[in-house]
Design a protein around this ligand. Structure first.
Ligand SMILES: [Zn+2]
Ligand SMILES: [Zn+2]
Length: 172
């Protein structure tokens, strides 16, 4: 039996919890598939409003809340960034850019194995999951602010030469 597609898994999760699979829910789920940019609910609304004529912002927000309740969508929020949704529901960690507030998944999956959750039994707290936000400056913002930071080639006197060098290689 072939593995279930994400949409089939989505439909199964809805059915298992008695949530009808409506056109709106399916479209919104499809719009989230494969997105790694952790869109805000507003951005999800923008992505689906043309394919779902008449859909309201409130409806999109409600559908996203339903997805979170079903466990097929995670909510992420960091101290600096707005609330965002994440189709990746397994434990993973995030990089938060202090300049543009964008959120990136940490590629280094080994980080989870290096973390030892604190012993908080004395506090009566039962930890069941955790997510780490590493703050810093993303590649795009770094390239904007310090063009030389990402390139070893030194910049010209103006930072950006007017004309390409005279020598022409095989690639023009
Ligand atoms: Zn940034
Ligand atoms: Zn994520």
């Amino acid at each position: 039996m072939p593995a279930k597609s994400p949409v089939q898994q989505f439909e199964a999760a809805c059915r298992a919890q008695g949530v009808p699979v409506t056109v709106q829910r399916r479209r919104i789920f499809e719009a989230l598939l494969g997105r790694t940019d952790h869109p805000t609910p507003d951005e999800v609304y923008t992505a689906v409003k043309d394919t779902l004529p008449g859909v309201s912002r409130t409806t999109v927000y409600r559908v996203l809340e339903t997805f979170v309740a079903l466990g097929i969508l995670a909510k992420t929020c960091s101290p600096t960034a707005a609330t965002r949704v994440d189709p990746r529901t397994q434990r993973h960690h995030h990089l938060v850019c202090r300049r543009c507030d964008r959120l990136f998944d940490v590629d280094d999956t080994a980080v989870t194995h290096r973390i030892h959750p604190p012993d908080v039994r004395r506090q009566g707290f039962a930890i069941d999951d955790y997510s780490i936000y590493f703050t810093g400056i993303c590649a795009a913002c770094r390239a904007q602010e310090e063009p030389s930071a990402l390139k070893s080639r030194p910049a010209g006197p103006t930072g950006r030469p007017r004309k390409p060098p005279k020598r022409r290689g095989p690639r023009s």
